[in-house]
Design a protein around this ligand. Structure first.
Ligand code: G3P
Ligand code: MG
Length: 256
């Protein structure tokens, strides 16, 4: 199966243009021309995989408390859009299944970041990947999602459950031992914070055939510099601006 990483990946859907980790955000990324989106996955109290970044509900819904203590049914009563803009009122926290179905329908590539609540790493990986498996058989022509996580237990569980799916080693600072981590979890990419990426990392990783993906880049000049440096993809909240930048920069789209 081909693994065709684009230069621009919508971050949390398209977090600068629509509420993060929602179906509206995924749709908006697609409308702006993104070919891939990234989103974060964790579990509700009753073990339903959903899209959510924080361990708490407070920032991105009108609810309050821990995600790990709310049932899926109760979560569906919360508004996940009005905090971003009144026009998004009524948006819900999507299930992973709904998000995967939408991405597949739109032909979007996916970076599924496992973002387990404390103590739920293996369970989150197991359930998220089982959900993916349920949706997957009918989508054999779609490129496989890239599975990433800061949480090494989640990454190890993903590697053991679906060794065939590509994995991304997700880090903040690039550790000196990045090669060991990449090998240990059989990772195909190294996903690094913009704050810590250096040209030497890009060159070393490229020599080993490991694409570098950088998050989160919202400045078009910085995006251009990173792509010219040899970074394969950037995650951005501002999908509209970045797509325009790429179109204006004739040929940068081909950098990979
Ligand atoms: O996966 C890239 C990026 O999303 C990691 O950081 O905190 O935005 O999930 P965060
Ligand atoms: Mg993320």
């Amino acid at each position: 199966m081909t693994f065709d990483l684009p230069p621009i990946i919508g971050h949390r859907g398209s977090a600068g243009l629509a509420p993060e980790n929602t179906l509206a955000g995924i749709r908006r990324a697609h409308e702006e021309g993104a070919r891939w989106v990234e989103f974060d996955v964790k579990l509700t109290y009753d073990g339903i995989p959903i899209l959510m970044h924080d361990d708490r509900l407070d920032r991105t819904t009108d609810g309050s408390g821990n995600v790990a203590t709310i049932t899926y049914d109760d979560l569906q009563k919360l508004d996940a859009g009005a905090w971003f803009a009144p026009s998004f009122a009524g948006e819900r926290v999507p299930s992973l299944k709904a998000a995967l179905d939408l991405c597949f329908e739109l032909g979007l590539g996916i970076n599924m970041e496992l973002k387990p609540c404390p103590g739920r790493a293996k369970e989150t990986a197991d359930i998220a990947l089982t959900t993916l498996e349920d949706v997957w058989p009918n989508r054999a022509s779609t490129p496989p999602p890239l599975i990433s996580s800061f949480d090494k237990r989640a990454l190890a569980a993903a590697a053991s459950l679906r060794p065939d799916l590509p994995r991304g080693c997700l880090v903040g600072r690039v550790p000196l031992t990045w090669r060991t981590a990449v090998e240990r979890f059989g990772c195909r990419t190294l996903n690094v914070s913009d704050r810590w990426i250096r040209k030497a990392h890009v060159e070393a990783a490229r020599k080993q055939g490991i694409p570098i993906l950088v998050y989160t880049v919202n400045d078009p000049n910085r995006a251009r510099a990173l792509l010219e440096m040899g970074v394969t993809s950037i995650f951005t909240d501002q999908v509209d601006v970045m797509m325009r930048t790429l179109r204006d920069a004739n040929g940068v789209e081909k950098v990979s």
